[in-house]
Ligand binder design. Sequence first.
Ligand code: GLU
Length: 329
Amino acid sequence: MKRHAFSTAAFSGALLAAAAFASPAMAQEEDEQFITIGTGGQTGVYYVVGQSVCRLVNRGSDGHNIRCNAPSTGGSVANINGIKSGELDMGVVQSDVQYQAYNGEGTFDGEGFDDLRAIFRIHGEPLTLLARQDSGIETLDDLEGKRVNIGNPGSGQRNTMEVVMDAKGWDEDTFSMVSELGAAEQAAALSDNNIDAMVYVVGHPNGSIQEATTTVDSRLIPMNDEDIQGIVDEYPYYSSSVIPGGLYKNNPDDVETFGVAATFVTSADLDDDVVYETVKAVFDDFDRFKQLHPAFENLDAQDMVTQGLSAPLHDGAKRYYVEQGWIEE
Ligand code: GLU
């Protein structure tokens, strides 16, 4: 009896000791929050956005216990779907895709994502059409009968290219061949002569267009005809835009096109404190953020939180912006 009592006590003592020993580490693990940001192909700018946000967030992990990672993904539409399913916490998406997802239009016809929340806008993204010099393509209409990469399903460029094709009355039979390569694969396909042209909705300069223009003679094609003007007039989230000359080899002149903005979004479900700490990490160290990619160089913090967003701001982001006096409560 006595012995039994002794063993029980010893046993529970050991348990208590084990619990006391284990609890600080376990508590820390439980408090730690992992967030995943959806980006795009590795040679685009979204990937750098995600890596840059995470770098700034992770510098402060000892204080807020948030750890951030930003894998490569299929792009805007894939990021919206990932946030909706809970696979991603935040993501970078084109402003047209944000609008369509929130309002249930276009690709998201009839399925508005009511819980979609905006965090901030980032750089501008012109629709970028690049063709091999030897393809004979000089205008948008010259794409007819050519081999064109219209983008992987899930990418923003595929979504926007479908708007262009609708406006032109084109379908896949318009081209001699259609491919659906991901953003990071298209430059090699262009230089290997597997395609005549590629489209990319992307900030400039970027690694993909740089890779293509340095490995094959290729030129940026204007997208400014009356059908494109019709798109810009019809939809509030498209505007005329210019890719500056001189950014890429053999492309010395400005090229007129149209475009959108990259935006950073999440779901209303994501904890307010997590979003607050994320935007705080970016804007408290904003000069450093702007140095992480040339496409971020001219960003203005207040413009980023007040322009180009169609979903409501997330409450955690709003709290920081009100504190900064950038928006009214
Ligand atoms: N705009 C592209 C997309 O939505 C991605 C561009 C980038 O990765 O910089 O898929």
